[in-house]
Write a new protein. Structure first.
Length: 269
């Protein structure tokens, strides 16, 4: 199996790629891991210019030699590629698996909305830099290489599901790339956002007519929430429950996803 690593958002250092290759050789020897040189480019905040990032993504997606595309890391920038990337993908691209999370949710949502059936929210190569990150990367490889059910979020088998970072989904809604999530269980997670911003994004998400057609909502971990002055006075679960109640969306509890080494894989659909 051949997996192409591309960076639609921010770059990864060459030494990170080397660590992931070494881990893959042990944890998934059946995998031939190709890290596109674009992953190491730098254009300000981004892993190369918009054109360079889009070209790498499209080339790997349309190349029949690859079975999957694995997003190198999050950050910011994947949304800037949607208009160029989506129309350029051919039938070969539809057969591939796509794995990432965080900012990569822009692409995952757009691909899923366009009928791509094998997209998943899950760990990325950059996660190897986290404490315990080797387990996260091994989890991703187990799903990509073998569709190992043991690495999938435990409730994901209960019905159609989709998973996003809260901020990313909030920004995706109302655009031409908003996917139809009717009847899906929606899983959401967040990192490094103040509680008032999480509250604001959940207002926007749960007010969207399309989101009000989901089967229910599960909340993953909201990590590294900065202190607010004054204290917001409510935690993430209380806020999520409140907006679900206002919107008539079923509250289904917590999900085992987040910006951390314990992040489980959530295959869409």
């Amino acid at each position: 199996m051949r997996i192409a690593v591309v960076a639609p958002s921010c770059r990864i250092p060459a030494e990170t790629a080397d660590r992931v290759r070494a881990l893959a050789a042990e944890a998934a020897p059946e995998v031939d891991l190709f890290v596109h040189p674009q992953c190491h480019l730098s254009d300000g905040h981004f892993a190369g210019t918009d054109a360079e990032r889009a070209a790498a993504f499209v080339a790997c997606a349309n190349d029949p030699a690859f079975d999957a595309l694995w997003f190198a890391r999050g950050g910011y920038g994947a949304n800037r590629l949607l208009e160029a990337v989506l129309p350029a993908l051919g039938e070969t691209a539809r057969a591939k698996a796509y794995l990432g999370y965080s900012d990569g949710g822009f692409l995952l949502g757009a691909l899923y909305g366009a009928g791509f059936a094998r997209v998943a929210h899950g760990p990325m190569p950059q996660d190897i830099a986290r404490g315990g990150g080797e387990a996260a990367v091994a989890r991703a490889l187990a799903w990509l290489a073998r569709r190992d059910a043991s690495v999938v979020e435990a409730t994901a088998a209960d019905g159609p599901v989709a998973a996003f970072n809260i901020t990313i989904l909030s920004q995706l809604l109302g655009t031409p790339w908003q996917p139809d999530l009717t009847g899906h269980v929606l899983m959401l997670e967040e990192v490094s956002e103040h509680m008032y911003r999480i509250d604001r994004h959940l207002f926007h998400i749960t007010s969207n007519p399309g989101i009000r057609r989901v089967a229910g909502l599960r909340l993953g971990r909201c990590n590294a929430v900065p202190e607010n002055d004054p204290d917001f006075g409510r935690g993430e679960e209380e806020v999520a429950r409140d907006w679900c109640a206002r919107a008539g969306i079923a509250w289904l509890g917590r999900a085992d996803i987040g910006h951390d080494a314990d992040n489980k894989v959530v295959p869409f659909g």
